[in-house]
Design a protein around this ligand. Structure first.
Ligand SMILES: Nc1ncnc2c1ncn2[C@@H]1O[C@H](COP(=O)(O)OP(=O)(O)OP(=O)(O)O)[C@@H](O)[C@H]1O
Length: 751
């Protein structure tokens, strides 16, 4: 049985479809199924089957041997529509690119829709006022390239040549019946060259012989079965083995597509072996996490004995990864112990803590090498930012204010002092400080060290350790263990990292110490535009050499093109570096869906902004939006509490969320930081005002280099927040809008 990417059915219909398909897999002659061959159908393989009184499934039967049957399930529709589809659609192998596709041989060519008709399912059509300026198509291809190189039909090629704007092409992409066609059109819309589209979709990569093993020519049905295995076919058709897999594929609906239908590029990165560390970058919502989950699963299936570590920035995100890995494969073998066969899923700091537990008494001794003093077993953990404010205040120095700043010290410690394991003033006086903008002469260094020493002495007296210190000491201990054992096998065979852009040098050193250099050692998913915590890290400094093994995903699966453009508008004008010190671009990002433009809601006063937010939440509720998929995102914890309270006063129930965990039936209020890695159907970015973002006090009295980096992170934070919305995005502010919105504002509309 092969399943086609599903349409969206109600729960009740889904149960019936599941029961129908389950019976079909068991015995296709079962009477209740009413499998009927279509008379006068364009494709002799077309069949329909009875799902219930009103609904029929459309199927294609492929016979590849005496008893071998494959059903391709095309979908379920109301009776008449199903019959019409079964008669008019041909399942065929595209003669140019070898992809399996359903072609409507009876249909008139799809017309471009008027802008007011455009909307995502379940959402009102986009109002027409203030249209965004059209992006004219810059064509570097001929009509014949579209047909002969991509395999598009001549009619479609002609329509594409007639399209004046990228928006027109996106509209067409939205009407395609086959996923590969949509993906190709999205590529054209964002200016990809034809050869790039061919490469992305895996056209021409198939080196399999034309004939079967015994040299016989393949039958048409055999050709079809073979083409169904093409990675671009598998964006739409996927083999389903057994009832459990069928249930998971059907019941999950929207959220299950990622489990079954990967983009050819996603599939490639999930399965391809690499000769060393690999870096997968990609904008928000491009499926980096999905690739990591598939890859972890794939590596385990390749070798059930493999020790696989999947890690991310927080404990809550790790819990989500673990849940999704089990959804992907309920039989996945998870482990809680580092060094054991199976997949271990851990937040990076929890991982460091587990290394500490493993080191037991040795941990204190190794701390001596890293911090210059032993650490008691009872020491408690604290955030990396804690303790600096006091240290700066307690020690008398002549340092200028821009250096005498907790933010400067935290960065200096995390980027220079801790990863280089400096324990003496003398060592610090001469050390190289790569990546640090603020220059320090010898005198200043000596004074900086006196503050660092005070920070360490106080921490020791109070029995405190920062998370980064735990990671660094853990790394040092593992390095020593490996040197003593001399077998170089490490504690994991494969390490997969999500949210890599936020890890500190000591985190990377810990991971490097856990997994030895070798094939498929490290697979890192990251997006430097989403760096909201740490500083820019150059991985090669910590023994992680990517050397050209770096690729980027560009197709956004989460959100609409309109929301994506808005989110990218937030990044306008800022420059970003990746972890190899190359400039990270935004070229080619695209989304597979269209929707309404983001709504902008300025308000004159605080009270008016709260009133508007309450009104918007009510509006969404009246439109039937599931309240559990609605979120209000704010800059600070304090505002989150206030919003919850003010909504309450206005009779709108919300829940405060303090970690990336969600199982709510009411709208949630959370900070933009907490929203990292999450997604919601409807999002309100609340109070993106000139007075609130960037937070003014953040950069107060800070050296210009540090201030610039903090501003970049504020911009990234707003990008993270704006890219959480799947369907509808709204932004409100009081008085003047934040300057961070200046590149995005024209892409929304007042509402
Ligand atoms: N091939 C796919 N088919 C359908 N949906 C997909 C596919 N790949 C990813 N998605 C969906 O797109 C959304 C974003 O995916 P994911 O969280 O993996 O992206 P990401 O790149 O890690 O995002 P972010 O960086 O913003 O955290 C999810 O809802 C996921 O289920």
């Amino acid at each position: 049985m092969t399943k086609v990417r599903d349409q969206h059915h109600e729960k009740d219909a889904r149960a019936k479809i599941l029961s129908f398909l389950t019976k079909l897999t068991e015995d296709d002659t079962s009477v209740g199924l009413h499998i009927e061959k279509m008379v006068q159908a364009a494709d002799k393989r077309a069949r329909t089957g009875r799902v219930d009184l009103g609904l029929r499934a459309v199927l294609y039967l492929l016979e590849t041997g005496e008893a071998e049957k494959t059903y391709v399930y095309a979908g379920t529709w109301e009776h008449d529509e199903a019959i019409a589809r079964a008669k008019s659609r041909v399942l065929r192998v595209n003669p140019v690119n070898g992809v399996a596709e359903l072609i409507d041989v009876g249909a008139p060519k799809p017309a471009l829709r008027a802008p007011q008709d455009r909307a995502t399912p379940g959402h009102p059509a986009e109002p027409t006022r203030a249209p965004a300026p059209p992006v004219l198509v810059e064509r570097e291809y001929r009509e014949s390239d579209l047909v002969d190189e991509l395999g598009l039909t001549p009619q479609l090629a002609a329509q594409l040549m007639a399209a004046a704007t990228a928006e027109d092409i996106l509209q067409l992409a939205d009407t395609m019946e086959n996923e590969w066609q949509s993906a190709a059109l999205l590529g054209l819309a964002v200016g990809d060259a034809v050869h790039k589209i061919r490469q992305d979709l895996g056209f021409g990569a198939d080196a399999e012989p034309e004939n079967t093993a015994d040299g016989a020519e393949r039958t048409e049905d055999e050709e079809l079965v073979r083409s169904l295995a093409h990675p671009a076919s598998q964006m739409q058709f996927n083999p389903i083995d057994g009832a459990d897999e069928l249930r998971r594929a059907i019941e999950g609906q929207d959220f299950s597509a990622w489990r079954v239908f990967l983009h050819p590029e996603q599939r490639k990165y999930a399965t391809r072996p690499y000769n060393g560390a690999f870096r997968l970058s990609g904008g928000a919502g491009t499926g980096k996490t999905v690739v990591l989950l598939h890859r972890a699963n794939h590596l385990q299936q390749q070798n059930p004995q493999a020790r696989i570590l999947l890690t991310t920035f927080t404990r809550a995100l790790a819990a989500n990864l673990s849940r999704d890995l089990e959804r992907l494969n309920p039989e996945v073998s998870l482990t809680d112990r580092l060094g054991e066969a199976g997949v271990q899923v851990r937040g990076i700091d929890a991982l460091a803590a587990s290394v500490r537990d493993r080191a037991m008494g040795d941990f204190g001794d190794i701390a001596q090498q890293v911090l210059g003093h032993r650490v008691d077993r009872g020491a408690t953990y604290r955030p990396n930012s804690d303790g600096w404010k006091e240290a700066v205040q307690d020690v008398d120095t002549e340092l200028p204010p821009e250096i005498l700043h907790p933010t400067f010290f935290e960065a200096e410690y995390l980027q220079v002092i801790l990863p280089q394991r400096l324990t003496t003033r003398e060592a610090y006086l001469t050390v190289r400080r790569p990546g640090r903008g603020v220059a320090l002469d010898r005198k200043k260094r000596a004074q900086v060290w006196s503050i660092v020493q005070h920070y360490r002495d106080t921490a020791r007296a109070l029995g405190r350790l920062s998370f980064a210190e735990v990671a660094e000491i853990g790394a040092a201990w593992l390095e020593r263990e490996r040197a003593v054992a001399g077998d170089g096998s490490g504690l994991a065979d494969h390490v997969l990292v999500d949210e890599g852009q936020d890890l500190t040098p000591s985190h990377w050193k810990l991971l490097r110490a856990i997994v030895p250099v070798g094939p498929n050692d490290l697979f890192i998913a990251e997006d430097s535009h989403q760096r909201i915590y740490g500083h820019q890290v150059i991985l090669s400094r910590y023994g992680i050499r990517i050397v050209g093994r770096s690729r980027r995903l560009t197709l956004n699966y989460r959100t609409t093109e309109q929301n994506l453009r808005f989110a990218l508008g937030v990044l306008d004008g800022a420059e970003y570096q990746d972890s190899e010190s190359g400039e990270e671009g935004l070229d080619g990002y695209r989304s597979a869906r269209l929707g309404p433009r983001p709504v902008l809601r300025p308000a004159p006063t605080d009270a008016a902004q709260y009133d508007q937010a309450a009104e918007l939440l009510r509006e969404w509720d009246e439109q039937g939006v599931d309240p559990g998929t609605v979120a209000i995102l704010v800059r600070t914890n304090k505002t989150a509490q206030l919003v919850r309270q003010r909504m309450d006063e206005r009779g709108v129930e919300t829940v405060l969320l303090t970690a990336a965990k969600r199982n709510e039936s009411r709208p949630v209020v959370l900070t933009m930081n907490t929203a990292k890695g999450m997604e919601f159907s409807h999002v309100l970015l609340f109070d993106v005002s000139l007075s609130s973002m960037p937070l003014a006090w953040l950069t107060d009295r800070l050296a210009v280099e540090e201030a610039n980096d903090l501003l970049l992170r504020e911009r990234s934070l707003l990008y993270v927040a704006a890219s959480r919305a799947r369907d509808v995005l709204a932004v409100s502010w009081k008085g003047d809008a934040s300057t961070l919105l200046s590149g995005a504002q024209s892409l929304g509309e007042l509402g």
